[in-house]
Every structure is written in structure tokens, then in C-alpha cells.
Design a protein around this ligand. Structure first.
Ligand code: ZN
Length: 187
């Protein structure tokens, strides 16, 4: 018995609410792969340009260089040499991200995907449900509720914007538990 497949690829999904440490966990896994001298590559969708353009940055300001892409298909083209392919903010990609991840894993690569499982309304976010079903390994991380300190699985939008995607951080969102989460009125 081994902990991970031998001579085969696989898909790891890290999901959770905002402020649950998904990017931090993604970076931790990537760093360990790099220490093991595996060739890694990191992608994120162009929509998310907070903090810096060419890096993924966790809330605790740890950075890793990444490629900004407009479509999942670009990931396939750029990943030929990599053993470990990481994708952050996967919820912003179109549905074809699922097929791209499967192709990468079938080609023997370790695919590490991080993303928000639900949006601010508490609804499944983009391709995340499909990715979570396809995952060989799945971790759902929890934040800490800012109101009561319970484990938090909801992302509360504190601004009044009604679009699904509103880029922002502590100024626009906070982590809430099931008790403290308030369903947005526009829904
Ligand atoms: Zn709470």
C-alpha cells in the first residue's frame, strides 16, 4: 500500500470559504514538491489580480510565482514539462477546467487545485462541485467565524454588491459560521 499512486497522476482539491487558508495550503504543498526537486508550475485566472500580478499570495503574505491565464486550455499548453500543476482560484474558470485537470492527471501529473466551494450566497461556485467529485484527494478547510469564533464554512459579503464575483478582501468579505451567516437579501 502507498499513500499516493505510483506511475500515475491524480487530482487534489483544496476547497473552503474565504480566509480558510486554501492558498496557504496550496503554497505549502508546492514548496514541499519543490524541495523534492519536482518541476512545478502554478496558474491562476486573470480575473484575480489582487496584491500582485504574477504571484499567488496567501492572506499571510506568502508568495509563489504563477502564470495568469484566460482559459483552462492555456494551462495544458504550458504544463508539458511540469510534474506538479497547481491551479489557484479555480472557481473563476469555466467548466472546461474539469476536462483539463483530468487530461493532466491522466498524463501522470499531480494536479493541485484550490478554490472557493461556495459563493457569498452559499451556492456552489463555478466548476468546483465537479472538481470536488473528480478529486482523488479532497480537503475542505474552515476559517474562523469573526462573530463567535466557531469554525466557519460561509463567506459573508459585507458590501452590498450583488454580482457573484466582486474582488475584495477584508473590506468586502468575512468568514462566518452557520449560525452567524446571514443570507443576502438580494437572493
Ligand atoms: Zn459564528
Amino acid at each position: 500500500m502507498t499513500l499516493t499512486p505510483i506511475n500515475a497522476g491524480w487530482i487534489e482539491v483544496i476547497c473552503g470559504s474565504m480566509f480558510s487558508g486554501k492558498t496557504e495550503e496550496l503554497i505549502r504543498r508546492l514548496r514541499r514538491a519543490q524541495i523534492a526537486k519536482m518541476k512545478t508550475i502554478v496558474f491562476k485566472p486573470r480575473i484575480d489580480s489582487r496584491y500582485s500580478d504574477s504571484h499567488i499570495v496567501s492572506h499571510n503574505q506568502v508568495k509563489l510565482e504563477s502564470h495568469l491565464v484566460d482559459t483552462p486550455e492555456e494551462i495544458l499548453e504550458l504544463s508539458t514539462d511540469a510534474i506538479v500543476v497547481a491551479i489557484d482560484e479555480a472557481q473563476f474558470f469555466g467548466d472546461s477546467i474539469l476536462e483539463i485537470c483530468k487530461i493532466l492527471a491522466n498524463n501522470g501529473k499531480r494536479v493541485v487545485v484550490a478554490g472557493l466551494d461556495t459563493d457569498y450566497r452559499g451556492m456552489p461556485f463555478g466548476p468546483m462541485p465537479q472538481l470536488m467529485c473528480e478529486a482523488d484527494y479532497l480537503d475542505k478547510l474552515r476559517a474562523i467565524c469573526v462573530q463567535c469564533g466557531n469554525p466557519a464554512t460561509y463567506t459573508q459579503r459585507t458590501s452590498t454588491d450583488a454580482e457573484q464575483v466582486v474582488i475584495g478582501e477584508l473590506d468586502k468579505y468575512e468568514a462566518r459560521c452557520r449560525n452567524c451567516y446571514e443570507k443576502p437579501k438580494d437572493n
